[in-house]
Design a protein around this ligand. Sequence first.
Ligand SMILES: Nc1ncnc2c1ncn2[C@@H]1O[C@H](COP(=O)(O)OP(=O)(O)OP(=O)(O)O)[C@@H](O)[C@H]1O
Ligand SMILES: [Mg+2]
Length: 335
Amino acid sequence: MNTENTNIVELCQLEVNFKIKQRFYEEYIKREKKIVRAVDKVSLHIKKSEILSLVGESGSGKTSTGRALLQLTPVTSGSVLFDGHPVEEKNKGYMKEFRKRAQMIFQDPYQSLNPRFTVFDIVTEPLLLTHSRATLAEKEVLALQALEFAGLRPAAEYLYRYPHELSGGQRQRVSIATCFIMSPDFIVADEPVSMLDASVRADILKLFVRMKEEKGTSFLFITHDLALAWLISDRVAIMYLGKIMESGPADIIAGGCLHPYSQALTSVLSIVGEQSRTKRIVLKDETPSPLHMPKGCRFHTRCPVSRENCRIEEPEYREIEPGHFIYCHYPGKIV
Ligand SMILES: Nc1ncnc2c1ncn2[C@@H]1O[C@H](COP(=O)(O)OP(=O)(O)OP(=O)(O)O)[C@@H](O)[C@H]1O
Ligand SMILES: [Mg+2]
């Protein structure tokens, strides 16, 4: 079957707002509402057997996008399609299948594992959904296979340990084994290696690539590290203040970005070869608060090439060349 152009995930105008609790006077007397638009009408697709990296600075809305996609955070508006099916809590029948096929790996391996459970308990917990009648011996076999795959070898030595008896890298491998035991089609990996040292990091990234190549697993790989995104992914999406600024093949990071924000981020990377290396672009001012979103293009307050129109009119997120999307009135190389 040719699955090349089939999407596993489609986000259509996804919006996630959070209401912020305020002081008594503002909340109950003035009745002012403060809303953070963490994800603002984001449209994205992830193909089968593809790693899409979602890159952006802290607070840009990456985690909120990943969690809303998996329905772990309420979606304010917009839709999520998984393998062509709408994903909604009210769609109970499909949600069970969705929970099996879509998994998440968290950033912090110290907090994501229950300290009172053994590795065996943690890794086999998802089997309650799929193999509820499996015997202990059958579960042990599956757990050992998953741990081996995740690089905990010999797996039997880890099976009845508790999380506090493992290193950070080993814990993250337990999280991966817990995902892997479900044979998921799709994983949201939220900064999965940012707390690990360089050698463990490389091994874990290789595991993701192996899952993609051998099992056809797709990933939404959330990171703030552009070089890592370039290294591991097929496509990238660059996020700023709740919006995707630019998305396209991962190669755009090495000199092909056309959005001023992406160019500023990539201008400091050493992967950009000497020939294509541009002068470092330093952005002015701080990132505005998402509670006071700038009018027009939300990047105009920091943009080195903004024009009058950018203060007034919000750009559309449009395709400027096949597979390359941009949110900018005046995309192009900054000279
Ligand atoms: N539960 C919540 N309640 C209120 N505001 C929230 C909540 N979760 C996130 N936010 C706000 O939404 C915005 C996006 O947060 P999010 O965690 O998605 O960012 P991020 O890109 O993952 O950042 P980081 O790289 O630091 O993890 C931030 O301004 C954050 O303060
Ligand atoms: Mg985050």
